[in-house]
Design a protein around this ligand. Structure first.
Ligand code: XIL
Length: 397
């Protein structure tokens, strides 16, 4: 009996090896994984490799490479801006779906999944909403009702078309804020109190029973002191644990992954440990907005290779750390970059004192940088036993 079992295993193994050796070869050419897209290589692990999409760039007829790479290199897309409240409802009561619908259509044509971004955030809110609250013409009760309606309207419109929703974004302060003790920050916490977070997940679930509902934040790549008063990762961990304990339908925690080469950052095992700890709560994880910026010194701007090289190398290493950690943890469902080319990155617009840049995986002329090659090799070199297929949670009711 034992022998027969082993024989069967042996035959299966031989057949499997034969299949692996023959299947990918095309027309007599050996299989060359480096010729595959990041997205295709990710699928070997069940991992979606995505990008944020800038709709102006996507629609620019003079910039065809943007559209070509956005459709060919990634299996998932996120709206960089066009699903934010200020874009969707610029005038109270009048939704403009045009740009968001266009992204959904683009994804469908390219068989890409969509990360919805974002239902609740304190930034990029319509002026009518923030000024109405400021001048008292919108009271707290009305504000809560407006939030419920917004979440319901947007999640309902895209029901069945969104794989993961960033339901609540960046709700937690940073140690450099005042007060420095970590707390729930921003417009929503200030006006409604932290209970808006659980409400938001419940409203999103009621509108879309199938999407995976995420909390999304930055500076939560690894644990620090373990004290939630100063360790943001710990704060978010305890928040997630609390929400799960209350039965709130939160399915995932997204770590944005906005890094800078001037900082200490983390190693692969530290990031892996953090993803594993979150998975222990029963939630999925994802890297949702990865980019690794550098300071643009006068030397960098003048093209000095001695200043540029260490930046490109450090950027590549940090992209790779997050990818390896993601691969190592089965709950890590997707790895999304926040724009793929330095031609369209948000970094130079947002970090200008001192100026920063060089944050993405392709340069301004769409040439792949070291970061791109490192992500590719991470995806190629990974596999069992250490890297296993993804494990997807069922959306929580
Ligand atoms: C950024 C966009 O990239 C910019 O184009 C926009 O002007 C501001 O917002 N965290 C988030 C994203 O969750 O929505 C932000 O996107 C970047 C930081």
């Amino acid at each position: 009996m034992k022998l027969r079992q082993w024989t069967t295993v042996g035959v299966v193994a031989v057949l499997t090896v034969a299949a692996l050796n023959t299947v990918p070869a095309t027309a007599g050419r050996p299989y060359d994984p480096t010729a595959q897209s990041l997205g295709a290589l990710g699928l070997r692990h069940g991992l979606q490799v995505g990008t944020a999409v800038n709709m102006d760039a996507l629609n620019d007829a003079g910039d065809p490479q943007y559209r070509a790479l956005a459709s060919s290199e990634f299996t998932s897309v996120t709206a960089e801006n066009v699903m934010k409240w200020e874009v969707l409802e610029p005038t109270r009561g009048t939704y403009d779906w045009a740009a968001a619908d266009q992204l959904i259509d683009f994804a469908k044509r390219n068989r890409q999944s969509v990360r919805g971004h974002v239902l609740v955030w304190h930034n990029q809110l319509p002026a009518w909403l923030t000024s109405g609250v400021a001048d008292g013409s919108i009271n707290k009760q009305e504000l809560r009702e407006l939030l419920r309606k917004h979440i319901t309207t947007v999640a309902n419109r895209y029901k069945g078309k969104i794989w993961q929703w960033d339901v609540v974004n960046e709700a937690v302060s940073d140690p450099w804020d005042t007060p420095s003790t970590l707390h729930y920050k921003g417009f929503w916490a200030e006006n409604l109190g932290p209970g808006y977070i659980a409400d938001a997940f419940r409203w999103a679930r009621a509108a879309d029973p199938k999407a995976l509902l995420f909390y999304n934040d930055y500076n939560i790549e690894a644990f620090g002191s373990g004290n939630p008063a100063d360790d943001k990762t710990q704060f978010v961990y305890e928040m997630t644990r609390g929400l799960r304990a209350q039965g709130v339908p939160i399915d995932g925690v997204g770590s944005q992954g906005h890094l800078g080469t001037q900082y200490g950052n983390f190693d692969t095992l530290q990031v892996t440990a953090a993803l594993k700890k979150f998975s222990g709560l029963g939630v999925a994880t994802a890297f949702t907005e990865v980019d690794v910026r550098s300071q643009m010194t006068a030397g960098v701007q003048a093209g000095n290779a001695e200043e540029i090289n260490p930046r490109l190398q450090a950027s590549a290493a940090n992209f790779s750390v997050l990818m390896k950690a993601c691969l190592a943890v089965r709950s890590c469902l997707s790895y999304t970059v926040w724009g793929f080319s330095d031609r369209h990155s948000w970094v130079p617009d947002w970090f200008d004192d001192p100026p920063e840049g060089l944050a993405t995986i392709y340069d301004e002329n769409y040439q792949p940088k070291r970061a791109y090659q490192e992500l590719k090799s991470d995806l190629i070199l990974a596999g069992p036993p250490y890297v296993q297929p993804r494990s997807t949670p069922r959306p929580r009711r």
